[in-house]
Design a binder for this molecule. Structure first.
Ligand SMILES: *Cc1c(COP(=O)(O)O)cnc(C)c1O
Length: 391
């Protein structure tokens, strides 16, 4: 085969050629539909935090390469936040790494911790970058499928235990969970922790929706469970919490040896990123509790508007306990193929959604589920609900 006959994208990544988000966003533009596909807010975060970024730019802070681990102000703000909210103590000098969003934190963690051939157990459906990052690391992904049970998607702990083999290197956890909106319970997290300790596994936990837990006691970081502090890489991000998804400021907190491993990879991915924004996010993390409470209650109100609209339109709604997504079942509408449904929806109803099947290896298991984002203005959600009801 000549080099021009060989596909350009290598075999490890061949299956990740194009994303559904590009196709659906293009459909939204072509049809003028309301885009509830991709999860980004349609209003920006706090004005004072935007001003903090402007000040940093003007004052010449962060306009040149910031320090590799992140600016000290931000690393300290991250550790203060973990301490204040969860009672978790981290050393800002050795146990924190600032990354180009959670996306880079995930990629760098997997590239650092996974050897080719290692198995990575992840909750299915999964956020789309997980599968690609595991593949880039040469790992093998082993899905444990969350299944619908009494109105939400639940983890089967026996299935999780059975998925762990002698080749398993790490568990990749996500709570609150995108796309299902599931928040793992204290008992489930305790069982995951026990399993990780018993089988001596590392855990990478994506907690970017930590401030969007709607019901119950609030977010429980996996790192707070017995035996987890030393084996867990916790990932956070300013994008979702402060409604600045374009700033790409994320972070890792973990024990020093884990942070150094992740940093070794991160330095060759982006080296550093988002200089001036790091100063602004340091201020954002120190905002009073009232900011976080208002953010959460505002998003809760939007969840309820969209959930009621979808129910009225005939969908089965899995009311999310966290995140800013609602997963629905389209079978009550007489539909069973989420792909076909989402491709037709912009013409049919003027709304864009995402077929959950793209987040599954087991496409069959994901076929009837469709995800809608509610991180949009209330009038936009009301209009989308009205359009779906008329469908
Ligand atoms: C949005 C999202 C990310 C990516 O966060 P960035 O900081 O924008 O890179 C990671 N994980 C989940 C579950 C997400 O929904």
């Amino acid at each position: 085969m000549t080099s021009s006959a060989r596909p350009h994208l290598n075999r490890r990544l061949a299956e990740f050629g194009t994303t559904i988000f590009a196709e659906m966003s293009a459909l939204a533009v072509a049809t003028g539909a309301i885009n509830l596909g991709q999860g980004f807010p349609d209003t920006d975060g706090p004005e004072e935090i935007r001003e903090a970024a402007v000040r940093a730019l003007r004052d010449g802070r962060g306009n040149q390469y910031p320090p590799g681990p992140g600016i000290p102000e931000l690393r300290t703000a991250i550790t203060a936040h973990q301490q204040r909210r969860y009672g978790l103590s981290y050393d800002p000098d050795t146990e924190v790494l600032v990354t180009a969003g959670a996306t880079e934190a995930i990629a760098a963690s997997l590239l650092a911790l996974v050897e080719p051939g290692d198995e990575v157990v992840a909750l299915e459906p999964y956020y789309d970058s997980y599968a690609a990052s595991i593949a880039m690391a040469g790992g093998t992904r082993v899905p444990v499928t969350l299944r619908p049970h009494e109105g939400s998607f639940r983890l089967d702990l026996d299935e999780l235990r059975a998925a762990v083999t002698d080749r398993t290197r790490l568990l990749l956890v996500n709570t609150p969970h995108n796309p299902t909106g599931t928040v793992l319970t204290r008992a489930e997290l305790a069982a995951i922790a026990e399993l990780a300790v018993e089988r001596d596994l590392l855990v990478v936990t994506d907690e970017v929706y930590e401030h969007l837990v709607f019901d119950g006691a609030g977010h429980l970081p996996l790192a707070t469970f017995p035996g987890m502090r030393e084996r867990t890489v916790s990932i956070g991000s300013a994008g979702k919490t402060f409604s600045f998804t374009g700033w790409k400021v994320g972070w890792v907190t973990a024990a020093p040896a884990l942070v150094s491993a992740v940093r070794a990879v991160k330095q060759f991915l982006t080296y550093v990123a988002s200089g001036p924004f790091q100063y602004a996010v340091a201020e954002a993390l120190a905002l009073p509790d009232s900011y976080f409470e208002e953010f959460r209650s505002g998003m809760l109100a939007r969840r309820d508007i969209l959930a009621e609209g979808l129910t009225a339109a005939g969908f089965e709604v899995f009311r999310p306990a966290g995140t800013y997504f609602i997963t629905t079942d389209i079978r009550p509408l007489g539909e069973k193929d989420g792909f076909a449904f989402c491709r037709a929806l912009p013409e049919r109803a003027g709304v864009v959604a995402i077929p959950n099947a793209v987040f599954y290896d087991d496409r069959e298991a994901g076929a009837p589920f469709v995800r809608f984002a509610f991180c949009k203005r209330e009038e936009v959600l009301q209009e989308a609900a009205e359009r779906l009801r008329r469908m």
